[in-house]
Design a protein around this ligand. Sequence first.
Ligand code: PEP
Ligand code: MG
Length: 918
Amino acid sequence: MNVQVTTGSGNGSEPDTAKYVYLFTEVEEAERHAGNWDGVRGLLGGKGANLAEMTRVGVPVPPGFIVTTEACNAYLEAGEQFPPGMWEEVLAAVKAIEEATGKEFGNPDNPLLVSARSGGKFSMPGMMDTVLNIGLSDEVVEGLIGLTEDPRFVYDSYRRLVQMFGSVVLGVPDEPFEEVITRQREKRDVKSDAELTAEDWREITDKFRVIFRKNTGMEFPTDPFEQLKMATEAVFKSWNGKRAVDYRNAAGIAHDLGTAVNIVTMVFGNMGDDSATGVAMSRNASTGEPELEGDYLINAQGEDVVAGIRATKPLSNLKTVMPELYNEFEEIANRLEAHYRNMQDLEFTIENGKLWLLQTRDGKRTAQAEVRIAVDMVEEGLITKEEAVRRVQPAQVDFFLHPQLDEEAKKATEPFAEGLNVSPGAAVGVVAFDADTAERWAKEDGKKVIMVRPETKPDDVHGMLAAQGILTSRGGRTSHAALVARQFGTPAVVGVSELDIDLINREMSVGDLVVKEGDWISLDGTLGLVYVGEMPTFVPDINNPYLLKLLSWADEIRKLGVWANADYPRDARRAREYGAEGIGLCRTEHMFFETERMPIVQQMIMTKSERERNEAIDKLLPLQRGDFEGLFEAMDGLPVIVRLIDPPLHEFLPAHDELVQELADLKIRLQHLDSMAAIEQTLDDIQVKQRYLERVEALHEQNPMLGTRGVRLGILIPELTKMQVRAIFEAACRVAKAGIDVHPEVMIPLTSHVNELKTQQLALESVAKEVMDEQGIEIDYKFGTMIEIPRAALTADEMAEFAQFFSFGTNDLTQTVFGISRDDAEAGFLVDYIQKGILPENPFASIDPNGVGKLMDIAVRAGRETRPDMEIGICGEHGGDPKSIELCHKIGLNYVSCSPFRVPIARLAAAHAVLNEK
Ligand code: PEP
Ligand code: MG
């Protein structure tokens, strides 16, 4: 198998000449050309690079060669013309594999057959084209029958070539081919293809060639080199096929990489009962358990396994059927895992008792498996802790917070059907029986959809991406549906064989139970169960031991602290459980919105008398104090930043339009009343509403976002913020006396001028001192400000003379730096801006590095000029966004603060920020 012959150009005297073809034995040369392994993958495609690498490490791979991605790009750029010299290199490479195999392309006495398989740098399962059995012709068929004495196998192979060549290379639809096979089965009165005879396949092949001629206007080409040429072109062109382009858009793969073409000597798993074909993952792709897992079929070709047409056997069965080959395969799987230091997705074929590996690549896996494998591999000594942390993406941590079906609801409901649990998590939605409907319902009608199909194909990906979950009646763990679902983290149940899907009548059934399109169903992708109806879901506990370990490693690496935004003790407790090291933002006004407090807040706003206002404020004091006590207790030992009231006051009153309407209704009612008591009551109501309306109108601002809110409100009604500070310090003193280690930090919002901060802070600090004096206890505390107005950022050196800490409010900062409304833009022109590429990203989701980020950097430097060890963090929504976290790390913030559910993600992202710097 060691082919020593080198191919045509690109070597010897002309080192700069392009080399478009590499034999599997030429991986070193490819490495010299491409610079490193990543470059080799780019040049040879992932599949080709791995076939060549497997050859290098002595794994049995059928001889072959790779036409590079550079050739593909040159072909596409030149208007579908092979680049000069490429075809001559292919011919030389064919010669080389003829020598290696001792077979000859097109020679009926000893024919070489090859496959042409696509393979770009990044795996795009099933998105591009493959042609098998290239090299068969009428003559070769005759010769091969003589050699193998197996005419059934030979004709089966021939008809596969005609069919694949027709559909892949020349776009002939599949249906007429399938129709011919179905009719032949009916004619012979048999149920499966396996029962068809050699003569059947010969007849089928003849009919296939007629279909081919009718659809293409040409005879099926019998010259093997013509077949090879056309197949190579078809693979090149499939790079720009719709489904490949859609997939790349969804997976974020660049469009200019091109695909390589792998020309590989055919080995046959359908040569009889000592032949087989299968696929395997070196570890469990759903859970990450360290066990070989896969499916195989005796006497079959590779696509039979992947297509899910025949019922496959679990790989563990092979241990009893072919124990030696199983052991050999297991040894190779372990060797390849150790070599690539990653879980492998393997394809193999056994031809007359000889094992061949046809592919290895890093296996796609669920987030759960990713975490477990990374942790296990550290413990097995295969990778370092840093590599493990780097491998798991922050978004994958999200999976652990994936909704699951409510346990009680599950106990109370019989499953409708059961299948394979190929992608975990719960999905609840209405049934849609095709990809277009699924996409339309999800995108246009905002419905939650479960896409249900007998099996999925690459053309269905758009529907799968739009769906909450995927359900198929056929297919296995490595089926298209399973692979795509796992990659995108979509819950899926496949291979539900008892499920009868009627695509014509748009319904599915199990026995007498019928579910129609549009009906609700619930999937448990973790257990492979399907339920009828809309079941409640819950978010699981994230105390997965592997995740906890991985996050503890991330904690060792990261420099940024991770705090949480939490308004209530229960949120704070959750945040702490997830690893938060402080509360970065408690929005106190949220406490005012509680139903029983609203009347008091409204009384405070409505009254013109100072006494009445103070009475209302006094009523609020114990309530706020209670809130803070709960927060401090939950965060015992950790800092808690409490932000003083921020929104404009009119937000606490009923809406203007509502009041006008209510008043009008009351006045109409008055005209129809005759009881004196009712009239008096209504008059009172009118008076109250009238007062509300006057106050709402008095407080009305054209642009409340830029109006009397934040520190401006505190300066306007100092009693309000003083009450809040009193509540904070009374709570802190009380819990401190009870033994809680408390560190309150009082944050003043929306400052833009140092004088605002000075006025407010000095007034409030004296309240804090007063309370501590009253309580006879000293508390460790800080006063500081949000930086959420550009002027505050630009004058951060002045601000830092008073503020002991800063926290970036990047929601308002983004709004004010861009001058766009945070409330309206995301539903308006911003979408258009992002689609047109005017803005590379939504600046409310990820910090705009060149504008907002730059201003933050200026503020950090200026603030620390005045106060070198100043604590600076972020509490805007960006605090949980991995890219923004990296920026926060770079500009030297002390911590990021995000919602409790983002805390684990932020811990990992903060570690990535350190690793990315290296
Ligand atoms: C901010 O503006 O980023 C912030 C955290 O404050 P809020 O969202 O409450 O305005
Ligand atoms: Mg703000």
